[in-house]
Design a protein around this ligand. Structure first.
Ligand code: HAM
Length: 412
């Protein structure tokens, strides 16, 4: 089959068990986010390229190497969203919502990055995303992290995940930390990788994120931000930690977290797992107080995270089972019209019910067994005359006549 087409590299179909895992993760997150008072938004999958290029950081890998950017037929440059946050800020401004703050937003859907595909890393993947727009309070930071942690717990994967926390300080803290890092790495620049050397001038904090083994040895002894924090930044960080403890979130501090996107200040965090090899982050986020201004809006302090659905799916033990159906089986042509009425009544009562499109009694019963139906509702001319149907329990084989008016109640 030389011409059989395959999914594009780095994409995958969600079918059967994979789709059930995906749906379970989104349903769980949606329920928990709603319980925290978040409202769901859906923003476009593609945006004006400037929404991302201006804001994620001109030196970030996402902008320099990973965006799916193209000119549309009208000559406009558009980009498939490589994350949700910038689009959410754009939407806040475009919809005039900067006057109705705070906004607590939840989203879920596909995200696109031209990354090198491997286990847990794809070119089309899926994120859950949570943002609080319009709060400068450290309680907002703690609340979004607590909500993420609750989702991870509800999915039953908390034993594989640790929330790791850091602060990137305020502008003043970052400036003095940056100077300290430049001094340190300049002293050791002969040992730095080519990539990190390029970052030394433009964004030295990103060196802390390098995967290069030689860089990592240097990073191990590099200064941390703690002594460079202003009193205000240190106080903010202490409050976030205090609230997290009050929320019961068991976090670990990791001064090496810098995040791969440039819009963060103050809180930065990741949900780390040891179960997925190199792809060790199931989620991450932080505070981004300047992003809405970059979108042309007023100053709107904000904090949020994204969780990788595909990575969470790899951690889930068992996907939830498919609820088993009731098969409605007419015997003879005249019974079919009644059977269609029954199948619709059951469906309207919220019962998963199926009717085969064709076939005699034997074929239809075979099909009922093949789809794993829990019961068959068999109806023939005699039954119609008596106003009943035969309900056969397909696990035990027991069969009894049930009045048509009582079917839905009995099969619930
Ligand atoms: P991020 O750390 O770039 O943050 O991505 C969040 C999560 O998306 C990662 O932790 C990972 O689980 C998943 N992910 C990233 N790339 C891939 C990939 N190629 N394949 C599979 N999963 C992947 C953000 O996107 C920020 N917008 C988070 C945020 C929201 N910050 C504030 N608000």
């Amino acid at each position: 089959m030389a011409n059989e087409l395959q999914p594009a590299r780095g994409t995958h179909d969600l079918i059967g068990e994979d789709q059930r895992r995906y749906q379970h993760i989104v349903d769980t997150a949606r329920r928990i986010a709603a319980s925290y008072g978040f409202e769901e938004w859906a923003t476009p999958i593609f945006e004006d390229t400037r929404v991302f290029s201006r804001t994620l950081g001109e030196t970030s890998d996402v902008v320099t190497k990973e965006m799916y950017t193209f000119e549309d037929r009208g000559g406009d440059s558009v980009t498939l969203r490589p994350e949700f946050t910038a689009g959410v800020c754009r939407a806040l401004v475009s919809n005039g919502l900067t006057q109705s703050l705070p906004q607590k937003v939840f989203l879920a859907g596909p995200i696109f990055r031209y990354d090198r595909p491997q286990k847990g890393r794809y070119r089309q993947f899926h994120q859950l995303d949570l943002e609080v727009l319009g709060s400068a309070e450290p309680l907002a930071d703690a609340e979004v992290i607590a909500c993420g942690w609750d989702i991870i717990k509800a999915l039953g994967v908390a034993q594989h995940v640790v929330p790791e926390l850091n602060t990137l300080g305020d502008r003043e803290s970052r400036q003095s930390y940056r100077d300290a890092l430049v001094a340190y790495f300049t002293e050791h620049q002969a040992a730095l990788s080519q990539d990190s050397l390029a970052r030394l001038d433009r964004n030295p904090m990103r060196i802390l994120d390098s995967k290069d083994p030689a860089d990592r040895r240097l990073v191990a002894d590099a200064p941390t931000i703690t002594p460079y924090l202003t009193e205000a930044a240190a106080g903010f960080y202490d409050s976030v930690k205090r609230y997290l403890t009050q929320f019961g979130v068991p976090f670990t501090e990791n001064p090496r977290i810098v995040r791969g996107l440039d819009y963060y200040g103050h809180t930065a965090f990741e949900f780390i797992t040891t179960k997925l090899g190199a792809q060790d982050a199931v989620g991450g986020g932080g505070r981004y107080d300047g992003l809405v201004t970059q979108m042309g809006g007023p100053s709107v302090p904000a904090v949020g995270w994204a969780l990788g659905i595909d990575r969470l799916a790899l951690l889930l033990d068992e996907p939830p089972p498919v609820p088993s159906a009731v098969a409605v089986v007419p015997v003879g042509d005249s019974a079919e019209a009644i059977a269609l009425g029954i199948v619709q009544t059951l469906r309207n009562a919220g019962i998963r019910a199926e009717i085969a499109y064709r076939g005699n009694l034997r074929r239809r019963m075979e099909r009922a067994n093949r789809i794993g139906a829990r019961a068959a509702v068999i109806i023939g001319d005699d039954d119609i005359a008596r106003g009943v149907a035969q309900v056969k329990n397909l696990q035990t084989g027991e069969q009894e006549a049930v009045a048509l008016s009582e079917l839905a109640e009995r099969l619930r």
